[in-house]
Design a binder for this molecule. Structure first.
Ligand code: CA
Length: 215
């Protein structure tokens, strides 16, 4: 995710919290830097303050939308009366949370945005084939489609959305199986994916975690 906020103390607190929750967090302290990052990297969600140096928050969201960046945006702002919220949603944000905010509510809203974002995508490349997220079928050249279970699909989706990025088992647990307790679940579903799609579909990064594609 990309966190756009000019309050250094709040950025520090939120990045620590969100990293502990399993998010990979980039930060930007002004609107110009945020615009550059959001146009050049893929994010699942953006959290954007309104009062920002260089380009203010709503202007930033408008510019991203006009350049066809559809990444969901949550505005996090002290400007939080009804007119402020309406302005935020009209500028193209999906959600709006007033400051001061409750951390649990922020996390729940981010999970909801991420779920909707993932559900809106139709397919993801996997090796030389693709995963259809609606049907949970993996299609590959000259092979019959393979249907994944809900949990297999959840794990492969996280890996396939970030090919060639290494994920620790802890982060995969948080992103793919937030309701599960043990990192052993990750190993189990990597095993199932390899049984269905071949050993090479998910690579082990020794002593660190897993990734899609070659380490
Ligand atoms: Ca600010």
């Amino acid at each position: 995710m990309l966190l756009v906020e000019d309050d250094a103390q709040l950025i520090g607190m939120l990045s620590t919290l969100l990293t502990e929750e399993g998010y990979a967090v980039d930060t930007a302290g002004d609107g110009q830097r945020a615009l550059h990052l959001a146009l050049t990297r893929q994010y699942d969600v953006l959290v954007v303050d309104r009062g920002l140096p260089a380009i203010e928050g709503l202007d930033l969201v408008g510019r991203l939308r006009s350049r066809a960046v559809t990444t969901p945006v949550l505005i996090l702002s002290a400007l939080a009366n009804t007119a402020d919220r309406v302005a935020g949603l009209d500028a193209g944000a999906e959600d709006y949370l007033g400051k001061p905010f409750d951390v649990d509510e922020l996390l729940a809203r981010l999970r909801a945005l991420r779920r909707r974002h993932l559900a809106a995508a139709d397919s993801l490349p996997v090796g030389d084939g693709w995963l259809d997220l609606q049907t949970r079928l993996v299609h590959r050249a000259e092979e019959p489609p393979v249907r994944l279970s809900e949990r297999e699909c959840a794990l492969l989706t996280v890996l396939a959305r970030n090919p060639n990025r290494m994920f620790s088992r802890r982060v995969l647990l948080a992103l793919a199986f937030p309701e599960a307790e043990s990192e052993a679940v990750v190993d189990t579903y990597v095993h199932y994916l390899r049984r269905k799609l071949g050993r090479r579909v998910v690579a082990t990064v020794h002593g660190r975690g897993y990734q899609l594609g070659r380490p």
